[in-house]
Design a protein around this ligand. Sequence first.
Ligand code: TRP
Length: 468
Amino acid sequence: MTEKSLAAGSLGGTSAHAQQRATRGLWSSRWVFFLAATGSAVGLGNIWKFPYITGQNGGGAFVLVYLACILLIGIPLLMAEVMIGRRGRQNPDGAVARLAREAGASTRWRVAGWLGGLTGFLILSFYLVVAGWALAYVPATFSGGFAGVSGEASGELFGALLASPLRLVVCATLVLAATMLIVGLGVRGGLERSLRFLMPGLFVLMLVLVVYAAIEGEFAQALQFLFVPDFSELTAKSVLIALGHAFFTLSLGCGAMMVYGSYLPEGTSIAKTSVLVALADTAVALLAGMAIFPLVFGNALEPGAGPGLIFVTLPIAFGQMPLGQVVGGLFFVMLVIAALTSAISLSEPSIAWLTERFGMSRLKAVLVSGGLLWLLSLGSVFSFNLWADYQLFGKTFFDTLDYLTTNWLMPLGGLGTVLFTGWVLKEATVREAIGLQRDGLFRAWWLLLRFGTPLGIVLVFLNLAGMI
Ligand code: TRP
């Protein structure tokens, strides 16, 4: 079915939806959607990125700003994205275009759709490389390579991994291949099966690590660092990083949640599910912080050490704890899988776009985007070795991609989505599509979405541009 015939047909009417249901897979239950969205949200962002940026930005005050961003900007936007996806029943680009037509507005708003696909693609190219680090740590941990390792030695082992382009390329390629295989198998077959055990398993393992860290590490100092805000540590730049991370960790501003929303059955509460996803995501991030910082302080490591933080600290714990080889090995397996479920969602928007917009077969779309991703990921791999000295504004290729996507493209995509939902779509349409039962709740969300959220994003942009 072409987009045109759909637009001409009974938009939003039951027959169009019934046809969509026949041609597009749907999640088999609300629980599966919750797992998939949580699988997308929970990933390297929570376990790798959150601890290291918290360490670099001084702890408590940063965590507080981050939580505020999740609550005031993240959750309302997450709801809007899922709603657009479910109402549009297409890839983000097509879904936005269809809703725009329905509202009698310009279909140029679809920029918000495809920009998101592009952003996801760019993120994925460096995400794969970090997931590759986690993969490299699986055999290293299982084989006891970290037994009794000191902080310094652990740092050297990580340095050695970064210095080897070959190891990095091999690992990133394996992660890419696994992602593309799952994506190639289609939404239902590939995703659902891998998600059912994964999220609960990861959660339990994080708890085990927190308990270990509480017993063996400097737990009180870590809690103080994470939860007692010291606002003198907070800079304008940290606020920006907190906002960018709220987008990153909830998979926002890229169309990823729109794609997942497009497979969501009618009648599921978008609000409830979104809040639950955000809660689960935040819980994993905070648990990761509580597992890592006791070890950082207990081993006299530097909280602001940067992207290597978890790869240097956790192996020390695995090298000392009873059964550490097994617990550690399992941890990195879980981390790889958590990264995979996120990688899948990062690749979905561009693949859905290639198939639905250009009529490519799923296999062809997977091969085309996989090939391009592989080439692009080389840039990130070489940032740590061969090209470490080639820098743009003091940033390597890897840093530049991360900075550009997290701090500019995602908030920009999010802003587009928010403005589109709050100011272009008709209130009655949104009210129906979001399905919030209580009027007070709808009003609160609608106000936040129209004013609070865009204002928050714009302020951060102005700040970034050095204007305030
Ligand atoms: N949220 C994931 C994480 O925290 C990363 C991610 C998955 C993502 N899909 C996304 C980020 C889409 C931005 C957009 O690891």
